[in-house]
Design a protein around this ligand. Structure first.
Ligand code: C2E
Ligand code: CA
Ligand code: CA
Ligand code: CA
Length: 280
């Protein structure tokens, strides 16, 4: 426009002010979202690629904003990390997912596991005590096996003893641990073994361009061989086509999730899915 033609930094200035205003507004609303009950967990089924069974589900958070509608986590997780809110939110996610898996185990699938995403910030929080998690699981009659905790590659490399103690705390509670977005960050393979990591989740960036003779196929195969040798199970994410699913099975992947099978769905829809399967 003419306005920014004559004064180039004007537009930049206004855009910055606008984005700051939006950020502050989002932050203000975010702080109220928990007490107002605006968060919801969606669940994406995870399939055993060999048997086609649903054995797990990944919990993915959604924010039901009164004016802006359903907001995806990419738009608020970072903000809640920067503001420290993620610690409280992380506790809510754990409690909500545990309560949900208890219901599903009792009604439909006694061995179902729900996988929750965690932020590295949570492991640095002094208030985060695995003992409280164990007490909650016990009150629901659940073993740690009902949950899987997804962490990022980077967390494994953190040298702090407090972080390490928390990772060991999860292991001691019988909660399985998955490395999310495997292959996109930095991790030392020896750490996978040292912490007895249960699952590697192959990032969807390796899956989206998969074809029979592609480099990505070789990568998926190599990750799977290595994972199995280290005693890890492999989950592939972001499977959108039948071809990708077949190739991943061929590469030796154990589990898969993605739009080909199902998008993340509300708990009520996931219940319907489980009840259909269990009636068959
Ligand atoms: P992520 O953990 O890697 O989750 C996978 C993302 O891929 C999800 O996006 C999911 O909806 C999407 N997805 C699943 N299947 C497909 C597919 O076939 N194709 C494509 N294109 N996408 C697919 P979503 O739900 O928007 O979550 C984005 C990210 O936000 C997550 O990435 C995770 O890092 C973070 N996040 C989500 N929920 C939570 C949570 O409860 N706590 C924390 N700390 N982070 C969360
Ligand atoms: Ca994840
Ligand atoms: Ca992921
Ligand atoms: Ca991701």
């Amino acid at each position: 426009s003419k306005k920014n033609g004559s004064n180039g930094f004007m537009l930049f200035d206004e855009t910055m002010r606008e984005s700051m205003a939006l950020r502050n507004e989002t932050l203000r609303d975010l702080k109220l979202a928990l007490p107002k009950g605006q968060f919801e967990l969606y669940y994406q089924p995870i399939y055993n690629l060999l048997t086609g069974e649903i054995t797990k589900a990944e919990a993915l958070i959604r924010w039901n904003h009164p004016e802006r509608g359903m907001i995806r986590p990419d738009l608020f997780i970072q903000l809640s990390e920067e503001s420290g809110m993620i610690n409280e939110l992380g506790e809510w996610i754990f409690h909500e997912a545990a309560t949900q898996v208890a219901e599903w185990r009792a009604k439909y699938a006694p061995h179902l596991q729900v996988s929750i995403n965690t932020s590295p910030i949570q492991y640095r929080d002094k208030g985060f005590d695995i003992k409280n998690w164990c007490a909650h699981l016990e009150s629901l009659g659940l073993s740690g096996q009902a949950l899987i905790v997804e962490i990022t590659e980077g967390l494994l490399m953190e040298s702090s003893s407090a972080v390490k103690a928390k990772l060991w705390g999860l292991r001691d509670a019988g909660i399985e641990v998955a490395i999310d977005d495997f292959g996109t960050g930095y991790s030392s393979l020896s750490y996978l073994k040292k912490f007895h990591i249960d699952y590697l989740k192959i990032d969807q960036s390796f899956v989206s361009n998969l074809s029979a003779h592609s480099e990505d196929f070789v990568l998926c195969e190599a990750i799977t061989v290595m994972a199995h040798k280290l005693g890890c199970t492999v989950v592939a994410e972001g499977i959108e086509t039948e071809e990708q699913s077949l190739l991943l099975k061929e590469a030796g992947c154990d589990y898969g999730q993605g739009y080909l099978f199902s998008r993340p769905i509300p708990a009520s829809e996931f219940s319907a899915l489980l009840s259909n399967v269990s009636r068959q």
